[in-house]
Ligand binder design. Structure first.
Ligand code: NAP
Length: 282
């Protein structure tokens, strides 16, 4: 089994992006700009936002965080997003989810113009992906595709099984694999014989959110296994969905957690921001 080193690939991509960000600044006399909107005090969001800001600094993207109070009126949150939407120095806007329950996340997301939707969550961007005309794709599945590419995993005609169908991971993941000519099966909590489905997979991608969910008896000999899950084990240690120790005996390529898909999500966010800025000046 060969380990997929997401940390190393992400570092390589950040190096490439640093050069693109520098070239943008030289050509247009301004930095690439990302705005992150955080509403309320969700503790996990604070950590995610800090990591994103640090990553932006690392590649030379100027980032700003707009912190809005948890009890903000919907109309005020909407005006704040509209202001960022109109700002020519902001090339990407992230609305950190979840938002407080009195706000409508879909309504707020719809105020981010498609060209600044660097998370790829807008209905238009998801529609374009479904039509195989994607410009901006959700960062986590895009990161998985980049790992498969950089590890020379050929997808054409291969059988791919995705466990999970969320709008941010499983669903766009399945569309990307389909667009890359794989034969794709999407499994979810209503799937009848999950083990049998998984055993057909040349490429198995798990995005469920349960530790030790994928065991060795669900993996075909020689399969490529990508673990998107981010869970805590009973000792509080970060782990994925895949039982790493048993599955490593079967898989030909396997992502660890941490150090697999996670670092790629951030790298793809940065790449989406750089690409959005470059497109805006075309
Ligand atoms: P989610 O919205 O909770 O979706 C989980 C999916 O798993 C659902 O589609 C669900 O099916 C399916 N599922 C649950 N139990 C199942 C079962 N017993 N058999 C088959 N399918 C089952 O989660 P998510 O947002 O997609 O995230 C998935 C995992 O990826 C989480 O651990 C999350 O932390 C992680 N994640 C990691 C990154 C990263 O950067 N590495 C980024 C995003 C997410 P139904 O649709 O039928 O309910």
């Amino acid at each position: 089994m060969k380990l997929i080193d997401g940390k190393a690939v992400a570092a390589e991509i950040r190096g490439e992006l640093r050069l693109r960000a520098e070239a943008f600044e030289t050509k247009h006399g301004k930095k690439i700009g990302l705005a992150v909107v955080v509403i309320g005090e969700d503790p996990a969001s604070q950590i995610y936002v800090r990591n994103k800001i640090k990553a932006c600094e690392d590649v030379g993207i100027s980032s700003s965080v707009l912190r809005l109070p948890a009890d903000i009126a919907a109309s005020e949150a909407e005006s704040a997003l509209k202001k960022l939407a109109a700002d020519k120095n902001i090339h990407g806007i992230l609305l950190q989810l979840p938002v407080p329950p009195h706000l409508n996340a879909d309504k707020l997301l719809s105020l981010i113009p498609t060209e600044k939707d660097v998370d790829g969550f807008s209905a238009e961007n998801i529609g374009k992906l479904a039509l195989n005309r994607a410009e901006t794709v959700a960062c986590t599945p895009l990161g998985v595709m980049e790992l498969l590419k950089r590890y020379d995993v050929c997808l054409g005609g291969k059988k791919a099984v995705v466990i999970g169908r969320s709008n941010i991971v499983g669903r766009p993941m399945a569309l990307l694999l389909l667009n890359a000519d794989a034969t794709v099966t999407v499994c979810h909590s209503h799937t009848k014989n999950l083990k049998a489905e998984c055993l057909t997979a040349d490429i198995l991608i798990s995005a469920v959110g349960k530790a030790n969910f994928v065991m060795a008896d669900m993996v075909k000999e020689g399969a490529v296994v990508i673990d998107v899950g981010m869970n805590r084990d009973p000792d509080g240690k970060l782990c994925g969905d895949v039982d790493f120790d048993s599955v490593k005996e079967k898989a030909s390529l396997l992502t660890p957690v941490p150090g697999g898909v996670g670092p790629m999500t951030v790298a793809m966010l940065l790449r989406n921001v750089v690409a959005a800025a470059e497109r805006s000046e075309r």
